[in-house]
Write a protein that binds this ligand. Structure first.
Ligand SMILES: Cc1ncc(COP(=O)(O)O)c(C=O)c1O
Length: 416
């Protein structure tokens, strides 16, 4: 049965969403108590006897089943730490996908490493192992694999490929904490898993991040790196610094809140999964909309539910469809990442890494061309993706009404 134009909310019909999306309390009494206890302890700095940073690191080790975890100040810091712990140095090439947050790349550029972009796989919107294979050179030191929007990427294939070439793997799990593949949490497959606890993420302490690690030496380097590389075991006045580190430490206050948040993460994922699966089932097979499910053997963390429009099967463009969905009250984001593609940013296109640009173009990038056309699949996805918002507080009614709104709009705009 065809959908009448007048039934669409954007043309005056009744919106599919009859009630606003359900909201909840993200930081409850447990977080409040933990923060107050940290303040009352009079110790907000782990280096002066605070216990909360070590405690949250222990919680991370338990949840991820790893021997080492390091808490730090942001996901960006975690990825910088990860690159340094993997031995990335100036001039080394690091392969990554172009459709991620700019925070994935900051550490690499600060080091003077060369970002090499490989195209994405349409089923994960993250690195395509075949594309990665074509970009490995003798100068490749590491691959950063982003598990996008809560969906497991092709991590097993990428790790196998990397091992063959003696290349390290950093898993950027900022959007995918406790997403799983073959029963193992993401972030334990490669050499380092990097996570964010900024306020848009599953778990938040305002700003924060952490890494998961297997290797003792990488753990030692990582801990030094986020503490200005001070060798603190020496007597005061003899403290040495043996390499360049930064202050990327997490405060005790943040650690107290993050610990509580992490303990609630498994339940949060359960709730997100229930909502996401209702959406995926309800939107399956719609004309002109391809919804993404986790890879076989995978379990999503569902930061978003992802879908891609199929323009050849539709009579309207994404902007028109997004507007119609918004009129229905459907919570949707018509973009892939804040900058669409990293190589499309002014900083990379012009190799201008400093605001005054006196040293531009960045010398270490001189042999590279950055700009549109590098990764056609990523660009097509970026132009066609629709990301449906997910929250642990959304209900079955929210899912039903979202499905109804999307179905109405997509059926109306299918090619006649
Ligand atoms: C995939 C990805 N990597 C890295 C980051 C950076 O994390 P943060 O904002 O905590 O520095 C983000 C945050 O948006 C992200 O989504």
């Amino acid at each position: 049965m065809s959908v009448q134009k007048s039934s669409l909310a954007v043309f005056g019909g009744a919106p599919a969403k009859t009630v606003p999306y359900t909201k909840g309390v993200r930081f409850g009494p447990a977080e409040e108590e933990a923060a107050v206890a940290a303040i009352r302890s009079q110790k907000l700095w782990m280096k002066q006897g605070g216990t909360r940073v070590p405690a949250v690191e222990k919680t991370i080790c338990e949840l991820w089943g790893v021997p080492h975890a390091i808490a730090c100040s942001s996901g960006t810091a975690a990825l910088h730490l990860a690159a340094v712990a993997c031995g990335v140095e100036p001039g080394d090439e690091v392969i990554l996908n172009p459709t991620t947050d700019w925070g994935t790349i900051c550490g690499l550029l600060a080091i003077g490493a060369v970002p090499v972009f490989a195209d994405v796989h349409p089923d994960t919107l993250s690195l395509d192992p075949a594309a990665v294979a074509g970009t490995i050179t003798p100068r490749t030191r590491a691959i950063i694999l982003v598990h996008f929007a809560g969906y497991p990427a092709h991590v097993k294939e990428i790790v196998t490929l990397a091992r063959r070439h003696n290349v390290k793997v950093i898993e950027d799990c900022a959007q995918s904490p406790l997403a799983m593949l073959d029963g193992r949490p993401l972030g334990v497959f490669g050499d380092v898993g990097a996570f964010s606890a900024n306020d848009s993420k599953h778990v938040s302490c305002g700003e924060g991040g952490f890494v998961t690690l297997h290797d003792d030496e990488m753990d030692r380097i990582g801990r030094l790196f986020i503490d200005k590389a001070y060798e603190r075991n020496k007597a005061r006045g003899q403290t040495d610094v043996t390499f360049l580190g930064f202050n990327y430490r997490m405060s005790e206050l943040s650690a107290a809140v993050l610990d509580v948040q992490l303990r609630g993460l498994p339940e949060q994922i359960r709730r997100r999964t229930a909502y996401a699966e209702q959406l995926l089932d309800g939107l399956d097979g719609l004309p002109g909309l391809r919804v993404l499910r986790p890879l076989p053997g995978g379990r999503g963390a569902y930061w978003f539910v992802l879908s891609c429009l199929e323009p050849e099967r539709l009579s309207a463009d994404r902007a028109t469809i997004a507007k119609a969905l918004a009129a229905e009250g459907v919570a949707v984001w018509a973009a892939l990442s804040p900058a669409s593609t990293l190589y499309g940013t002014t900083a990379l296109r012009e190799k201008k890494l400093y605001p005054q640009g006196r040293t531009a173009p960045a010398d270490f990038l001189r042999d590279r061309q950055y700009g549109p056309g590098l990764c056609p699949v990523a660009e097509r996805v970026a132009a066609n993706v629709l990301s449906f918002l997910v929250s642990p507080f959304y209900t079955a009614q929210d899912a039903n009404e979202t499905v109804a709104g999307v179905r109405k709009v997509m059926e109306y705009y299918q090619s006649k």
